[in-house]
Design a protein around this ligand. Structure first.
Ligand SMILES: NC(=O)c1ccc[n+]([C@@H]2O[C@H](COP(=O)([O-])OP(=O)(O)OC[C@H]3O[C@@H](n4cnc5c(N)ncnc54)[C@H](O)[C@@H]3O)[C@@H](O)[C@H]2O)c1
Length: 276
């Protein structure tokens, strides 16, 4: 039996992280598009990793539990990478909340119940969650600690309070960061750690959908006018994930890391600041 890594979301960011951390492990890669899971499995298998593709849906607890059961056939789960998500141009409000917000919360909860002692996880949030004004302390606490099955019934997530798919995405990503804080306390009881990374624009199929979507010019302007002056790469996100998931990151848990080429800094205090 080997230690097992669960990778949810067979996208570019997830694969880049899995390639940094997954050597010598069994990697179960889940995606709702089986062809994506198989494509990542093939690339990684050809590069010397042991990968099992698995069809799953992050928005379903039953499906997450199936994936965990599959992973446990191979050994104890000692690493989690969650990099599945729907962007604002890819899906309606309801689907974004169900996958990005609710699904992530369930995954952290269920893996947190079985993660190996000393295990570690990372979930991918987004700079988008850093662009909203601060929420009240009460709403932050609701997002952090409301039981998973009651999350989508929160007032703040009702259709009359969510203005757009972008707003749904921002709330989901803010919720991811809050959930990670609350889960870090529970994961800590098993000696395990969980953190999130909030990337800026990283060139992946999801970002390319955004460049070609209704907010394409907005995104192109964002990376052109951020301090880095360019979009990032999945491997640059993996640089940070490697720190968080390795022994060097042993004192880091319940935290979120903004890796956005300075776009958020510019949004608040520079040329990307929205005009009044
Ligand atoms: N690319 C960026 O610019 C960027 C910026 C900030 C945050 N993110 C976040 O990074 C994460 C990874 O995105 P990426 O850029 O690598 O995209 P990607 O398109 O390469 O990968 C995302 C994967 O998630 C899968 N997926 C979507 N819904 C799913 C579901 N319900 N169940 C299982 N799998 C599902 C997709 O099929 C896809 O394979 C997402 O959470 C995204 O919101 C991306």
């Amino acid at each position: 039996m080997k230690d097992v890594m669960i990778l949810v979301g067979a996208g570019q960011i997830g694969m880049a992280i899995a390639r940094r951390m997954g050597f010598g492990m069994k990697i179960v890669v889940g995606d709702y598009k089986m062809e994506n899971a198989e494509a990542v499995a093939q690339i990684m298998t050809n590069a010397g990793f042991e990968v099992v593709p698995f069809e799953m849906d992050l928005s379903s607890r039953a499906s997450i539990l199936n994936m965990i059961a599959e992973a446990q056939k191979h050994g104890e789960i000692s690493m989690l990478i969650n990099s599945a998500g729907l962007s604002p141009s890819q899906a309606p409000v309801e689907a974004i909340l169900k996958v990005d917000l609710y699904g992530t919360a369930i995954l952290l909860e269920e893996v947190g119940k079985v993660i190996k002692r000393g295990g570690v996880g990372v979930t991918i949030s987004s700079q988008s969650g850093h662009r909203m004004p601060a929420l009240s302390a009460q709403i932050d606490e609701q997002l952090a600690t409301t039981p998973t099955e009651e999350l989508l019934a929160l007032d703040v997530l009702q259709p009359e309070n969510i203005q757009s798919t972008l707003h749904a995405y921002q709330m989901s990503k803010r919720c991811n960061v809050k959930r990670v804080m609350a889960e870090a306390v529970k994961w800590g009881e098993r000696g395990a750690r969980i953190n999130s990374i909030s990337p800026g624009i990283v060139v992946t199929p999801l970002a390319i959908d955004e460049f070609n979507g209704p907010r394409g010019d907005f995104y192109k302007n964002m990376f052109a006018n951020c301090p880095a002056g360019r979009p990032g790469t999945a491997d640059e996100i993996a640089n940070v994930a490697e720190l968080l998931m390795s022994h060097q990151g042993a004192f880091i848990t319940g935290a979120d890391f903004l890796v956005d080429g300075g776009a958020t800094a510019s949004f608040f205090y520079g040329p990307l600041k929205p005009k009044e």
